[in-house]
Design a protein around this ligand. Structure first.
Ligand SMILES: [Zn+2]
Length: 491
């Protein structure tokens, strides 16, 4: 796009709204008894209802409604006592009925918000327009089969899986904010045990509506919708690209075309997919096979009581119960599985601050490096707690512990077994250390003299020598004390 791109982004303000689809953690589908499960062989979890065979009638899954209510309560939405299912009509090969049962004019819940950290670190809230329920469609399989070069397959296992669609107001003004919003929303859904939030398996999917306007302008520009955003990183990348593209179009005096665009992660760009459909293109009408959805006050209360601890509550509890600094509590609670892991280490080990340090540094670093989650991590929380205890007890030094941790992560072996086999026990015994200290001091009279002359840094030099000689196993506190004694004088 040549020169002036940076200037473009300064002159134009992006306006972003996100539509997030989340699959609900039910045992069965939304309108039939078929199992709701990812990864089964194609077309094995289907029946006349989710295949859309003539005469088959839908029956609403009560559990799905309770989970949708939990999501609404977790985001502070207003739940409507009566909402309605409607048919959204369109043709696509993964939709055998020719329509999707969704909610349109009367959604389950409206309003609400999600809190995010703004660019200045201050909390701000992103308003939600609505949360409604709908069924998922099937999936086209374009690759992975011997015949994939010539044809595509259709897997209808996903047809009828319960979804909620969470629509935000256009309150986001930077790709980084969109990323922060998705992170916070995903955490809420996972904590509330509404969805597993797994983007690789498609449990969480995101479409973005984006437009640009000159900074300071009130009216909105023409928006495009971007689809195929299968990771948070891709959402941010696609938005960056689309914002720059639109700003360049407007700057050149042309008009942005209202359309749906597809994100191509390999090429790093969006491309037109189809002209954007309007709601009236779908010919929504009330689903005649389902009654209105009436949610009583006691049902809402039941959902509220079943709501597990949410991220903000957990953050506060980590500060109160474990005495963690608020920063630690924030990092540890960002993802539920990390928070669960930390808490298991702290409970098994006793020293919460040490547990927090280990999880925030070593464990999170390992998770970032690899692609496996904590569920399949080779160092369980109890095993890590036992390693922390070895440091606490002075059996090994903190430095040695990091090496031991690496080995535990690689092999799944116990800390004590590694320490024992490799002779890593910390040298704390004065009689053994004293002889070494005497040797080190005697061999460097110059350094000894400068320490005695008041140069405190010389002590550090001697500590370094001791660590070299013992392979890092010497207890630093004992070494310090013995060196000061042997050197005499100084400070
Ligand atoms: Zn079915």
């Amino acid at each position: 796009m040549g020169p002036g791109v940076a200037g473009l982004v300064e002159r134009y303000e992006p306006v972003i709204g996100l539509e997030v689809h989340a699959q609900l953690l039910t045992r069965t589908k939304l309108f039939c008894g078929c199992e709701n499960r990812f990864g089964a062989p194609p077309n094995t979890l289907v029946c006349p209802v989710c295949l859309g065979l003539p005469g088959a009638l839908p029956v609403l899954n009560r559990r799905a409604v309770t989970l949708a209510l939990r999501a609404a309560l977790a985001t502070g939405c207003t739940v409507h006592p009566v909402s309605a299912f409607e048919r959204k009509n369109y043709f696509y090969p993964d939709l055998p009925k020719g329509y999707q049962i969704s909610q349109y004019a009367r959604p389950l819940a409206t309003g609400g918000s999600v809190a995010i950290d703004g660019p200045d670190g201050a909390r701000r809230s992103v308003r939600l327009a609505r949360i409604h329920m709908e069924e998922d469609a099937g999936k086209l399989l374009h690759e992975g089969f011997p015949w994939s070069g010539e044809r595509s397959g259709i897997d209808l296992n996903r047809a009828g899986v319960p979804l909620i669609e969470i629509v935000s107001e256009p309150d986001l003004h930077a790709p980084a904010e969109a990323h922060a919003y998705l992170t916070a929303l995903r955490a809420l859904l996972v904590y509330a045990e509404v969805s597993d939030g797994n983007m690789e398996e498609g449990s969480l999917r995101c479409d973005a509506n984006v437009s640009v306007r000159r900074r300071g302008a009130d009216s909105l520009g023409t928006r495009t919708e971007i689809k195929n955003l299968n990771s948070f990183r891709n959402v941010a990348r696609a938005l960056e690209h689309e914002i720059t593209r639109q700003a360049a179009v407007v700057e050149s005096g042309r008009e942005v075309v209202q359309e749906t665009r597809l994100w191509n992660a390999e090429r790093g760009e969006t491309a037109p997919m189809r002209s954007k459909e309007e709601a009236h293109d779908y010919r929504y009408f009330p689903e005649p096979d389902l009654p209105l959805l009436a949610v009583s006050a006691s049902w809402i209360e039941e959902a509220r009581r079943s709501l597990p601890e949410l991220p903000a509550q957990r953050r506060r509890r980590f500060v109160g119960e474990y005495g963690l600094p608020p920063y630690d509590a924030g990092v540890l609670t960002e993802e539920k599985e990390v928070a669960d892991y930390f808490e298991a280490v702290a409970r098994a080990g006793g020293d919460a601050k040490a547990a927090s340090n280990w999880v925030m540094t070593e464990v999170l670093r390992k998770l970032k490096e690899g692609d496996r989650g904590l569920a399949s991590c080779p160092v369980g929380p109890e095993a890590l707690a036992r390693l922390v205890k070895l440091v606490d007890a002075g059996t090994i030094s903190g430095r040695t512990a990091k090496d031991v941790f690496e080995k535990m992560w690689a092999t799944g072996e116990e800390a004590a077994a590694i320490v024992e086999r490799e002779g890593l026990t910390q040298l704390s015994d004065d009689s053994a250390l004293e002889a070494l200290v005497a040797e080190v001091v005697a061999s460097s009279p110059g350094q000894a003299a400068s320490y005695r002359g008041g140069k405190e840094a010389a002590l550090g030099w001697f500590v370094g020598q001791m660590m070299k000689r013992t392979g890092g196993r010497a207890n630093p506190q004992r070494v310090n004390a013995l060196l000061r004694k042997a050197l005499g004088g100084g400070s």
